[in-house]
Design a protein around this ligand. Structure first.
Ligand code: G16
Length: 544
């Protein structure tokens, strides 16, 4: 029988979780004790694991299998009663959230760096999700971080290896390790939300679906759903085999990284509907033939049409979006007469609202959409909701979008990212803008007059906690907005995100090119923050 080893250790710098867990270069994670220190800090923070059940899985990236073995050995050494592990160490983030909730566990550990590239030179990540199934709130992640600063030992079983490729139960020390089907529970949940018969009819009627799994975790889920269960022709799901390095790709479902999908969707006679998901399956990209649907617009369309899916036929209790997300969903919520909550960036801020039943659907500009069915954003859920809507409306995506803008107005929106810039320069830029916030109202930049400027502060209506400094907001006289914040998910230097939004209610004027329409706001952002002078960049690396 494996022996419990108590290993003496000492704190390692920089283990502060970001927007969504701890993300670092794989090489950093492979240092002796790095993963172990963080995992033990999680266990210590949640009051130990004695007698509890832990869920464990990841997105299959390089180092996933090794890390799964380490976490199993540590969970057993820490006295867990059960560990539920996705077969092969695979669980998409939304599937992990579901398993955590379904089995009433002490939470789960998800091994993923989301949409960041993988491989020995790529990124790795780990996050703890609470028993409700969602990402740990700031109070918990801060406590984990504090624990990493004082850790002096961790517990692990000696020479423990578990066969994670065969479903079944193995006893390790006093812990039952159950290797579970990674996909089945998730498919069953989707079946209970959507009208599968209607979607099957659509997908077998000649309608062409093109789903890019980006060689990431959604491959097996998407094959089981779209091809096996819903009858889409073979080949509708491509890049379906999860690979440790995502086939050398960048599993971020946006028009820049899902190039192959975009090319197919923009060619005449291309598929009717295209979609993609990211490394761990929580983000989504939606594309119709000849039209890219921006995440904020997608959220608005889903809110407006959710009643077409059985689970939402009775209407929505409310909607939540992160502050930088465009206000397109607000326009819909207003017409539906339901409340809108504006939260800081990060899915964890939706948890309380969902638990209290204050909102049914949530979404973020960063390509995350989801509902109260789990406590994570859910890429395939968003794709299925779109398909359910298309099956009911039998219109093209392009027609749905123009009808939507006609009815609710169009929020021209784009995010400009300046990647891997010097961290000090980025912090200096934000603090310089923060320092002049009080003087901005009344001044004009590039012809636009500022009416309010603040650094977003969120008071959680459920637990009363306050989160400050969540992004700079500058609002102009015509209602247009500039938002600026630093990314919390990168692993190299800093990424400055500038979010730009202009509302156009008049359908006659809704046909302009997005970047051209937003050009005056870009100029205003430059005047306010002196981005090119401070970062040395005259253009953003990506515009999405
Ligand atoms: C994570 C969070 C999202 C958040 C995003 C923001 O996404 O789960 O809720 O919107 O980070 O990223 P950034 O701080 O870089 O703007 P994911 O998919 O990386 O887990």
């Amino acid at each position: 029988m494996s022996q419990v080893n108590t290993i003496t250790t000492s704190p390692i710098d920089g283990q502060r979780p970001g927007t969504s867990g701890l993300r670092k270069k794989t090489q950093v994670f492979s240092q002796p004790g790095y993963l172990e220190n963080f995992v033990q800090s999680i266990f210590d923070t949640i009051g130990g694991l004695k007698g509890s059940t832990l869920v464990l899985g990841g997105d299959g990236r390089y180092f996933n299998r090794q890390a799964v073995q380490t976490v199993i050995s540590m969970a057993a050494a820490n006295g867990a009663a059960r560990v539920l592990v996705g077969k092969g160490g695979i669980l998409s983030t939304p599937a992990a959230s579901l398993v955590i909730r379904k089995h009433k566990t002490a939470g789960g550990i998800i091994l993923s760096a989301s949409h960041n590239p993988g491989g020995p030179d790529g990124d790795f990540g780990i996050k703890y999700n609470v028993p409700a199934g969602g990402p740990a709130p700031e109070s918990v992640t801060e406590a984990i971080y504090a624990r990493t600063r004082e850790i002096d030992r961790y517990q692990i079983l000696e020479e423990c290896h578990c066969d994670i490729d065969r479903e079944g139960t193995v006893e390790i020390a006093n812990t039952r390790v159950e290797i579970i089907d990674s996909v089945a529970d998730y498919i069953a949940l989707m079946r209970s939300i959507f009208d599968f018969a209607a979607i099957r009819e659509l997908l077998t009627s000649g309608f062409k679906l093109h789903f890019d799994a980006m060689h990431a975790v959604t491959g097996p889920y998407a094959l089981a759903l779209f091809e096996d269960e819903l009858g889409a022709p073979q080949g509708s799901v491509f890049n379906a085999v999860p690979l440790p390095d995502f086939g050398g790709g960048h599993p971020d479902p946006n028009p820049v990284h899902a190039k192959e999908l975009m090319q197919a969707m923009m060619s005449p006679g291309g598929p009717d509907f295209g979609a993609a998901s990211d490394g761990d399956g929580d983000r989504n990209l939606i594309v119709g033939r000849g039209i890219y649907v921006a995440p904020s617009d997608s959220l608005a369309v889903l809110v407006a049409n959710a009643h077409l899916a059985p689970a939402y036929a009775g209407g929505l209790s409310g909607v939540a979006r992160s502050m930088p997300t465009s206000q397109a969903a607000d326009c819909v919520a207003e017409k539906l007469g339901i409340p809108v909550f504006e939260t800081p960036t990060g899915w964890k801020f939706f948890g309380n609202l969902l638990d209290e039943g204050l909102v049914t659907i949530c979404g973020e500009e960063s390509a995350g959409t989801g509902s109260d069915h789990v406590r994570e954003k859910d890429g395939l859920w968003a794709v299925l909701l779109w398909l359910n809507i298309l099956a009911e409306r039998r219109e093209s995506v392009i027609d749905i979008m123009s009808a939507h803008w006609q009815q609710f107005g169009r929020n021209y929106y784009s995010r400009h990212d300046y990647e891997n810039i010097d961290s000090d320069a980025a912090a200096g830029l934000i603090s310089a803008v923060r320092d002049q916030l009080g003087q901005l109202p009344g001044q004009s930049f590039a012809g636009l007059r500022v009416v309010t400027a603040d650094d977003f502060c969120y008071d959680d209506p459920v637990d009363g906690s306050t989160s400050r400094n969540q992004g700079i907001r500058v609002i102009m006289e015509d209602g247009s907005r500039i938002v600026m914040r630093l990314s919390g998910t990168g692993t190299e230097g800093a990424t400055l995100r500038v979010y730009l939004e202009i509302f156009e209610p008049d359908p006659i004027k809704q046909h302009g090119d997005v970047q051209q329409v937003l050009a005056p706001l870009v100029a205003a952002a430059e005047e306010i923050a002196r981005i090119s002078t401070i970062t040395g960049r005259t253009e953003p690396d990506t515009r999405t």
